[in-house]
Design a protein around this ligand. Structure first.
Ligand SMILES: [Zn+2]
Length: 259
């Protein structure tokens, strides 16, 4: 008998940028660098503790630079059962690169470093800044990725079609208002408001039987005490619904490929 599919798969995803972007564009500005360092110093362990308490396995998108600078922290993420996926080398905005070769080199370097630190080749990718070039999908195929999580044209997973042909790559769509960064770090909203925005979206998609809910978060942002507490309340509230499963991106991809 076929196993019943969950009514809704919830993906709590974390972009472990640390200060990779600042090291690229603001390396002479220690305070800017320090903001990103909150992730490895405080945020990651707080998030790992929270996920452990709720028995949730998640996906962390990690720039190669972060894995090189904080290998123990990235290994700890893997030891706790989470997935590590690719997220550029120094959080490059692909749309700002000077040549197609530069993009390929960033893919090559970031995959090679993650494979070395984690002991396994990453199967998932999320574009830093959620920016692609017209060549990015070709590069995802070239580097053997099985899923991407950067596009905004749907609210549930689908296979990416490129130039009329299926790539076999699963897209796990994202949205800016389901990302902690703009809502906390730009709009400066308090946790109670963010809770309301996120739970309203979850309840609406659950009511409509959309089988997918993905949040994008950053340890340096959601890892602040009051925000993590809000995330814990959100997890408890979501868990009360029937047929909800928390999952890593790779597990959802496996399930999708089997269907
Ligand atoms: Zn990022």
């Amino acid at each position: 008998m076929a196993k019943r599919l969950p009514r809704c798969t919830v993906l709590l995803t974390f972009d472990y940028d640390a200060e990779s972007r600042e090291a690229l564009v603001a390396s002479q500005r220690p305070v800017k660098l320090s903001k990103g360092q909150f992730g490895p110093r405080v945020g990651v362990s707080r998030i790992l503790g929270l996920l452990d308490r709720h028995g949730i396995k998640s996906t962390f998108f990690v720039p190669g630079w972060t894995a090189e600078k904080y290998p123990e922290s990235v290994k700890e993420i893997v030891r706790r059962g989470h997935e590590v996926a690719a997220h550029g080398y120094m959080h490059e905005n692909l749309s700002e690169l000077k040549s197609p070769e530069e993009e390929i080199e960033i893919f090559r370097k970031s995959v090679e470093i993650l494979e070395r630190v984690v002991g396994r080749r990453p199967v998932g990718y999320r574009a830093p800044h959620w920016e692609f070039t017209p060549r990015t999908i070709t590069n995802l195929v070239r580097f053997g990725f099985r899923y991407d999580s950067s596009l905004m044209n749907d609210e549930k997973p689908y296979l990416i079609v490129d130039e009329g042909k299926s790539t076999g790559i699963l897209e796990l769509p994202v949205e800016w208002f389901l990302d902690d960064w703009p809502i906390f770090e730009i709009e400066r909203r308090p946790p109670s408001e963010v809770f309301n925005i996120w739970i309203q979206e979850f309840e609406a998609i659950y009511a409509e039987k959309v089988p997918y809910f993905l949040l994008t978060m950053h340890p340096q942002c959601i890892g602040r005490a009051s925000r993590s507490k809000m995330l814990e309340t959100l997890i408890r509230t979501i868990r009360k619904k029937r047929g909800v499963v928390f999952s890593r991106c790779v597990d959802l991809t496996d399930r999708f490929e089997k269907q």
